[in-house]
Design a protein around this ligand. Sequence first.
Ligand code: R5P
Length: 261
Amino acid sequence: MEVKDFPDGEMYVRVDTGVEGEDCVVIQSTSRPQGRNLFELLAVLETLKDLGAGKVSAVVPYYGYGRQDRRFMEGECITSKVIAEHVQLHCDEFYTVNVHKEAVMDFFRIPAHNLDAAAILGTYFKEMDLEDPIVVGPDMGAEEMAEKVGAILDCDWDCLEKKRLGPGQVEMKPKGVETAGKDIVIVDDIIDSGGTMLTALKTLKAKHASSVSIACIHPVLTGNIITRLYAAGARTVAATDTIPSQISEISVAPLIADALK
Ligand code: R5P
């Protein structure tokens, strides 16, 4: 692809190879800068179809706007639906990785696949040879992921639960398992502001975990959260490469390649 900007900021897009009759796969996350990346994706998909490509598949490893899957307040735009509606106008099949809300997939009327990278996180930690691991999800939403990663590490898993003690007072604690002296692995789908991960890390450190390693699928990383996680005692902080970042060291390419095959 040749993609550049005109002096006024408009985008120039050119497919610089013959695609007529060819099956094409376009890979583009709708991460920051979301509007630009989304427009680029739409421009490329539309151009491929216009040039007579065969089957066109869109692979969006990180589905930006995936958290706005419904109207939380009257009149709100369901932005994840806007993306689905426009992308499916110009492609035949759609793939994403661990979309934040599964309901987003229902916006597609073409075959749409939500790939699960939990096993890839599990394999990453297995190669770290942790002594006495336990996998912890920072909230109930991460329960399934913690269970899957725990199965790969062949160890216990748990989730932190929030208990409201009173106005402005929240306690977080593991639901069941004993975490003292353990090598804790915290997994979640997204680290954005990192508030969730930081609270989980501090909670487990205070409960005398031997070490705390952190990984997420999508490193959205708003602000300087990586520095803050290390300053709070994280052993490692890693993520997959659905979004490029300084911690995107775990590749989802094999997961996507297998799905496409
Ligand atoms: C919550 O439902 C998600 O799984 C993540 O825990 C959340 O999006 C992380 O956000 P933040 O990093 O801003 O706490």
